[in-house]
Design a protein around this ligand. Structure first.
Ligand SMILES: *[C@@H]1O[C@H](CO)[C@@H](O)[C@H](O)[C@H]1NC(C)=O
Ligand SMILES: *[C@@H]1O[C@H](CO)[C@@H](O)[C@H](O)[C@H]1NC(C)=O
Ligand SMILES: *[C@@H]1O[C@H](CO)[C@@H](O)[C@H](O)[C@H]1NC(C)=O
Ligand SMILES: *[C@@H]1O[C@H](CO)[C@@H](O)[C@H](O)[C@H]1NC(C)=O
Length: 312
């Protein structure tokens, strides 16, 4: 942990948040420059190499996710949330976000890498393999971080698409940040420079997760191939995989429960050129074998109607 921070600091030459110093003709409306992102100026001359493909070339860990360069964008398919009474509903015609994970190049992974940024009320695991205890977070929820930055647009998107099951959404977002983003070098606090504003890394991670999620409209890709949720008919694993592969160029991991017969998860694997925030994601075949049955039909269940709402 300390080793990682020291490594980042020594490699670091970025110093601050890039501020808009661009001028344009009045009357021309351009999207605002985001207030919360790392200064990537020092990455401009970094070697054009994908994470995990030449790690000796990656000297500045703010410029490319290192060592966690096998990046997974993970999604869920659920039929209920368990918190319908509180208005926590699934988006109609969409999978939901799980997270953005920095696996090591060999598929192993680190978790809870910076306990000074521990915002997970229910750490899982609560003790790391090396015996380190991850204390439960009891402070204000990460939802308040997003509100402090006035990112109500982001919050609305997260509540629509980053939906938890069995507990409230913000605790899930805090879990994903603290377990995974703290192990992703491009979100290290040091990458934000001396003008770092507390929690801007959290907002920046949430924006990055959504950017990656939007690359993979799993529901639409399956529907376009004639695969829609049904409580009457099942699909084969190869039908599901072929439909997705035909659009993303690689085979994602598909996860099933109930002895491999109920579709629940999709994980898209990548190497990333540049940062997770802005860089290019190269989609790769899953390095994890599917838990879905290759011999039995797979249920892609229709959600419970009262668990779903229309979202934009
Ligand atoms: C960004 O980093 C570059 C060099 O790494 C530095 O010259 C520049 O001043 C920084 N920008 C800001 C706004 O701090
Ligand atoms: C990896 O990067 C190093 C340092 O930039 C370079 O010397 C080496 O040739 C690269 N190796 C490959 C296989 O591209
Ligand atoms: C799971 O599937 C295997 C192979 O089809 C079968 O032998 C086993 O009994 C099943 N287990 C359950 C809990 O259904
Ligand atoms: C479809 O089946 C699942 C699993 O049994 C159930 O939870 C869901 O409510 C069903 N959906 C509809 C529309 O019947």
């Amino acid at each position: 942990m300390t080793g990682r921070i020291a490594r980042v600091l020594s490699a670091l030459t970025v110093s601050s948040v890039v501020k808009a110093s661009i001028s344009w003709p009045s009357g021309l409306s351009l999207p605002p420059v985001p207030e919360t992102y790392p200064n990537l100026t020092a990455c401009v001359n970094a070697p054009l190499t994908y994470s995990c493909e030449n790690t000796t070339a990656i000297a500045n860990t703010c410029c490319s996710p290192t060592p966690g360069g096998l990046v997974l964008q993970t999604q869920f398919w659920s039929t209920y949330t368990g918190l319908e009474a509180q208005g926590q509903l699934l988006p109609k015609n969409s999978w939901t976000i799980h997270g953005l994970w920095p696996d090591n190049c060999d598929g192993s992974y680190e978790q809870y890498c910076d306990l000074s940024r521990q915002y997970d009320p229910s750490p899982s695991p609560s003790t790391l393999p090396d015996g380190t205890v991850v204390p439960a977070y009891t402070g204000p929820s990460v939802e308040t971080f997003v509100q402090e930055f006035n990112r109500y647009d982001l919050l609305a998107y997260m509540n629509a698409y980053w939906v938890n099951q069995g507990a409230d959404n913000p605790s899930f977002w805090g879990h994903e940040f603290s377990k995974h983003a703290t192990c992703t070098s491009t979100f290290d606090v040091a990458c934000y420079g001396p003008d770092y504003k507390e929690h801007e890394d959290v907002i920046n991670f949430f924006d990055s997760v959504i950017r990656a999620f939007k690359m993979y409209p799993t529901y639409d890709m399956l529907a376009a191939a004639g695969i829609t949720p049904s409580n009457k008919t099942t699909y084969s694993l190869s039908q599901l995989q072929n439909a997705l592969r035909s659009q993303v160029g690689a085979t994602p991991y598909l996860g099933c429960g109930h002895n491999g017969t109920v579709l629940q998860e999709a994980w898209y694997f990548h190497h990333v050129l540049g940062s997770e925030q802005y860089g290019h994601y190269k989609t790769l075949d899953s390095t994890t074998i599917s838990t879905c049955s290759t011999t039995q039909g797979i249920w892609y269940y229709e959600p419970t109607p009262s668990s779903v709402r229309e979202v934009q």
